[in-house]
Design a protein around this ligand. Structure first.
Ligand code: LAC
Length: 382
């Protein structure tokens, strides 16, 4: 994506318009328009200008038991909170007077060029948020010109979701029994998934106390969940048969946090790494993802792309992740909130908000393109 200042003003106004289901006339480049004419209320009267606004609006719509599943983290939710807080605590030190009249947010991931670096992380059971489920998310991904990583816990079969043709379509794999998993990987690839992201951080589930208290149960008959455990918890060696099943489609690993795991991962043929703590849902008190990122990036030394998820709620968070060396970021709960509020259009609005905020943050820190974003704009931690 390439934008100039005038486009940014327009896009911010359009964001408000989309959120309200209405459109304003094209704006001129007067910044005063930013606060003048944004029609930005949702059906329950709240303003939808930020990810947090979408979270609030989603909470009013999602069934309370499903909400406890979606919004909660493990145990005392310390990691859930520190994912967000660690981004917030990181201070930016802007460069001034660099030419930011023309900004591009393009990134290239495994040979695909995307117009911006904000992808949709795998999250479970989208029909809990909206009747369109993952079909709505895939449409939203297309509208927002972004990639989608479909969860094994999808409520809609992978073939059906793929028909919506998101600009980039990857499949997240939970390894189950070997025969079932092999078939699942092959089915995802046949459907058009161009990468498989294997979740490696869940040999067991975390202490999901809020889910337990709410008595949350997964919907029955999820199309890609067998209900049976794998023969043994996943180990490095299993990546051989998973890569065989993928038949040349790149396999990424999702859930890497320890720099010592980088070499085994690359030796096992990982085509990319996703720094993730599962949205704070598994090991409570584990390191925040933005804090784990630099050591992973240092160890990878540019050999494969490194994505990061967990805690991204603002465009400045995206900027900070890129400044710490991420190739792209993924958002999870935020787009599920968008889906709950307004289906595919809500997914688009949430991505658009972060995208517009990223462009602003790039302009305000003197970074006209993603390659120009580096650690020189990062200051102390508050
Ligand atoms: C979760 C699984 C399904 O976090 O990824 O709930």
């Amino acid at each position: 994506m390439s934008v100039n200042r005038r486009d940014v003003v327009k896009s911010v106004i359009a964001l408000g318009a989309t959120a309200a289901g209405a459109r304003t006339a094209a704006a001129d480049n007067s910044l005063s328009l930013l606060d003048a004419s944004i029609p930005h209320s949702d059906a329950v009267g709240g303003m939808l200008l930020t990810v947090e606004d979408y979270e609030r609006a989603a909470r009013a719509r999602i069934d309370p038991t499903a909400w406890e599943y979606i919004a909660s983290g493990a145990a005392d939710e310390l990691t859930l909170r520190s994912n967000v807080d660690s981004f917030r605590a990181l201070r930016l030190v802007p460069h001034q007077l660099r030419d930011v009249s023309h900004v591009t947010t393009d990134v290239t991931l495994l040979g695909h060029t995307l117009s911006h670096p904000i992808l949709l992380a795998p999250t479970a059971c989208h029909k809990l948020a909206h009747p369109d489920g993952e079909v709505g998310t895939a449409r939203g991904a297309r509208l927002a010109d972004t990639g989608m990583v479909l969860s094994s816990y999808s409520t809609v079969p992978v073939d059906r979701v793929a028909e919506e043709k998101p600009p980039l379509f990857w499949f997240q794999l939970y390894v189950q029994e070997r025969g079932y998993t092999t078939d699942l990987v092959k089915r995802a690839v046949r459907s058009g998934a161009t990468a498989i992201a294997v979740t490696i951080d869940t040999p067991v589930s975390g202490a999901r106390n809020r889910q337990q208290r709410a008595n949350f149960k997964f919907p029955e008959n999820l199309p890609h969940i067998s209900g049976n455990a794998p023969e043994h918890p996943l180990v490095w060696k299993d990546l051989e048969w998973i890569r065989d099943a993928a038949g040349g489609v790149p396999v990424l690993l999702k859930g890497i946090l320890h720099p010592d795991d980088v070499e085994p991962a690359l030796k096992a043929g990982a085509a990319g790494l996703m720094v993730s703590n599962h949205g704070g849902r598994n090991l409570d008190t584990c390191v925040a993802t933005i804090d784990a990122l630099p050591a992973i990036v240092a160890q990878v030394r540019g050999r494969v792309p490194v994505l990061v998820d967990g805690g991204i709620r603002r465009g400045t968070d995206v900027l900070k992740a890129l400044a710490r060396g991420a190739s792209a970021v993924m958002i999870g709960r935020p787009y599920v909130y968008g889906l709950a509020v307004n289906g595919a259009d809500g997914v688009k609005s949430v991505v658009d908000i972060l995208r517009a905020e990223l462009v602003m943050a790039m302009q305000l820190t003197g970074c006209a393109s993603v390659p120009r974003i580096d650690s020189s704009i990062l200051g102390a931690t508050a």
